[in-house]
Design a protein around this ligand. Sequence first.
Ligand SMILES: Nc1ncnc2c1ncn2[C@@H]1O[C@H](COP(=O)(O)OP(=O)(O)OP(=O)(O)O)[C@@H](O)[C@H]1O
Ligand SMILES: [Mg+2]
Length: 227
Amino acid sequence: MVELQKVSKQYDDGTTKHPVLQELSLKVNAGEIVVILGKSGSGKSTLLNLISGIDTPSGGSILLDGEAVSNQTDRERTLFRRRHMGFVFQFFNLVPTLTVQENLLLPRELVQGRVAEADEHDAKQLLKGVGLEGRHDSYPDQLSGGEQQRVAIARAIIHDPKLILADEPTGNLDYETGETVLRLLDEMVRKKQKTMIMATHSREVIGMADRVFQLYQGKLTKDNLEL
Ligand SMILES: Nc1ncnc2c1ncn2[C@@H]1O[C@H](COP(=O)(O)OP(=O)(O)OP(=O)(O)O)[C@@H](O)[C@H]1O
Ligand SMILES: [Mg+2]
């Protein structure tokens, strides 16, 4: 499903080069949940951004469904991303001027070009699934952090993507809310047999992973403190 072959990434500030990822290889199979642990600044977001195509590697190749992303045009990449990927961002990224329902329907609108009655229905069902029944007309700032994150999770899966990329999905939630959000994500991903790559600095998530890696000095190593 996702394959990284000797992927490198360095940032160049004009005078010095900062290597972030160094010939990193990873293969994630369909239906797998992979957790990437690493301390702040280790390159977790960079890695997810490369997989999503938001950013491009300095070296190596990234294959999605066996096809090298570098061989695709911008348009192909964008379409693939819209159709097959779902993101859960650390800071939710809900659009403040849109209601919960409108935020939720954005990915479908992007794929289909319009929203049908069936989509409205699905959005309400999904909201119910994340424990926010009846909150479709609320605006993001009328929701708590945990509630917003639950909307963000629903939004990441409403267009039925194959691949979910989650960057610190519990980053700024308290422990208990974080647990609830994780359980929800786990349940949804498992039930629909999605592939998920989650980056975090918190070990609390490793219970839900099929495989856990540590990102350290630009490379992934198998996490040997697993479970
Ligand atoms: N656009 C950029 N230009 C220059 N340096 C960058 C850029 N983006 C990231 N970096 C650097 O790359 C390194 C990795 O950053 P990244 O955001 O991937 O870390 P992270 O593991 O996600 O950290 P956190 O846990 O704090 O979110 C950091 O040292 C950061 O300063
Ligand atoms: Mg990050």
